[in-house]
Design a protein. Structure first.
Length: 193
């Protein structure tokens, strides 16, 4: 399986805790895969992003940001402190916490590292304002952290599946993707005007 251009995984787990070094419950990613070619931490969303998000951080985060974060993520963190509603749909605070967990828990010896944000979209997402707005926020966030040594990749599930169809050939992969499309490739009625 390929995730964000990385394959050859030798370890994988769901709900992997990635401690930040701060007290309290560490953030956990939905899926984690690691191998000689690199590490991918996956945050997955179905429809959770269809509600307003307000960035919240404990008072201990500024010191950890100063200690661990590169300039791109530091800038995102500071902008979220100034405007907690800057990203209305994308849970940018959660992504910052995952990034810090990767920096603290994995260090720099884990090879290339990717924070992969995958999200569901209906087949007619271009017609739906909330889905277009979410996609725009993902693209903006990607641009803001583009210079980071931990690469951020935002993909819809249909984009992820298309990549599997093009590149991957594990036994049954095409049947698996077809079943995913049959189950989740739905059209949502546009809002009434």
């Amino acid at each position: 399986m390929t995730l964000a251009g990385i394959d050859g995984f030798t370890k994988a787990s769901f709900e992997k805790k990635l401690p930040t070094g701060l007290p309290g419950n560490p953030p956990n990613v939905d899926f984690f895969a690691q191998g000689p070619a690199g590490t991918v931490a996956v945050e997955s969303k179905f429809t959770e992003f269809l509600g307003t998000k307000v960035a919240k951080f404990a008072s201990s985060y500024p010191c950890t940001i100063k200690r661990l974060a590169d300039p791109a993520w530091t800038n995102v963190f500071e902008s979220l402190l100034q405007d907690p509603e800057h990203f209305a749909l994308l849970d940018a605070a959660q992504l910052v916490k995952h990034y810090l967990g990767m920096r603290h828990s994995l260090g720099e010896n884990a090879g290339p590292q990717v924070l992969l944000y995958v999200f569901w979209e209906p087949t007619n997402c271009a017609e739906l304002p909330d889905f277009r707005a979410h996609r725009a926020e993902v693209d903006l966030f990607s641009d803001l952290v583009a210079e980071s040594d931990i690469r951020f990749v935002g993909l819809s599930y249909p984009e992820l599946w298309a990549g599997w169809e093009e590149r991957d050939s594990w036994p049954g992969s095409r049947d698996h993707v077809a079943a995913l499309r049959a189950r989740y490739g739905v059209t949502v009625p546009p809002p009434a005007t």
